[in-house]
Every structure is written in C-alpha cells, then in structure tokens.
Design a protein around this ligand. Structure first.
Ligand code: MG
Ligand code: ZN
Length: 221
C-alpha cells in the first residue's frame, strides 16, 4: 500500500519535472540542481560561481532548506532574486519537488534571467529520487566526506551529470583516497563529469566555470 502511494507521488513529480524542463528551455533559462550533504559547500559554490560570472549573466537562486533563511539571506547579498522554500510546513521534507520549483519562480522576472541555481535540501538520499526538472544535476562531494559515498549512495551519483569535489584544500589534513573514489564512481556512473575545486584558494574553478558557461550558452541556442 505505502509503496503504491510513493510510486504515485514520484510519477506525479516526474510529470511536473518534465514540464519544468520544457518550460525553462523555452524561456532559454538554464536550471542547475545542486545536491550534496549538509556542509559539503553547496551555498559557497553557488555564491562563488555567481560572483565570477555576474558580469556576463543574470542569475536567480532557489534555496531549499527544512527551516531557516540563512543561506537565502547570504545569497540575497549578491543582489539577485532568491526564492526560499522551507519544507517544514510540508512535514519537513528532505528534498524539493518539481511543482514547488515552478511555483517559487513565479516571483522571478524570467525574461531577465539566464540561469537558475537550485540548492537542494542537504542530503544524499531523496533529492536523487525527486526530479526537479533541472537541465543538469550536480552533486557536490567534499573531501572530508570520503571516497566511499558513491558506493553508499549510488542513486545520487547515478542521476548526476557532474560531480564537484569540494574542499580540495583539506586533502592533506583529512586524507581521501582519490583513486578509490574514482573506482567507486566508475561502478555507478562512469560518464559523470568531474571537477575538483577549493572555494578557499580558487583552485579548479576555471574548468567548472567554463562548463557552466558552456551550459548557459547551450540553452540559448
Ligand atoms: Mg547551504
Ligand atoms: Zn526527502
């Protein structure tokens, strides 16, 4: 019985997600869904990316959190439209659903936006099950989380088009077996695009920014 209910919820969500993807493509707006554990560096990556590309493109952000507006407040300082989704009124859901995404963009002037970042609720489980309708999914894995995460949370790494390894500056302090990480990834999603960054030193951002720009330009065609 409960399995059936969940199936129906997921099916309804998938339909909304497809509709979102089509809608934003028609509007020539790229939507990237950023997922990852709490503390993996999602907000920081989004903030830094926007700062480095804000002269060329207009951004907006949808912030998903169970409670609080801490991250949304931080991103509002960039002087861009930010929509906050708190899932506490919806039973504290630990993911974002596609129809909430669409509703939250109603406050945006979509004709003036090139790209929307979704910062999903922090965890490696159900954000992977609920398609938001983003054009690309990004998973952030910070060095302290360790090399075993693709093996433990395969769906998250399977549904992601790109992975950003963050907090690279901590590798000497905490250690992370990069070879084993890539091996674990290979088993679940060999084709995933990989980036390694340190938001602290700026290392690795060139490749990441190039990829984001390429995606923005791609949707304009
Ligand atoms: Mg955050
Ligand atoms: Zn959830």
């Amino acid at each position: 019985m409960e399995v059936k209910v969940l199936q129906n919820i997921l099916q309804a969500n998938d339909a909304f997600a497809e509709e979102n993807r089509r809608f934003f493509r028609e509007k020539r707006i790229l939507v990237l869904n950023v997922m990852g554990s709490p503390g993996s560096g999602k907000t920081t990556l989004i903030e830094k990316t926007i700062r480095m590309l804000e002269d060329r493109y207009n951004f907006a952000v949808i912030e998903g959190d169970v409670a609080s507006t801490i991250d949304a407040d931080k991103l509002s300082k960039l002087d861009i439209p930010v929509a906050q989704i708190n899932t506490e009124p919806f039973g504290g859901a630990c993911h974002l659903e596609a129809n909430w995404i669409r509703q939250s963009t109603e406050s945006f002037d979509l004709d003036k936006i090139d790209m929307i970042f979704i910062e999903n609720v922090g965890n490696l489980v159900c954000p992977a099950e609920f398609d938001t309708g983003a054009h690309k999914n990004i998973v952030i894995l910070s060095i302290p989380e360790g090399e075993d995460k693709p093996a433990k949370y395969p769906l998250m790494f399977r549904v992601s088009h790109a992975m950003v390894i963050s907090k690279l500056d901590l590798i000497d302090a905490v250690g992370c077996d990069m070879e084993l990480l890539h091996e674990n990834l290979k088993k679940v999603n060999d084709g995933i695009i990989r980036f390694k960054v340190s938001s602290k030193s700026g290392e690795g951002f060139d490749d990441w920014l190039k990829w984001v720009q390429n995606e923005i330009e791609g949707i304009k065609k």
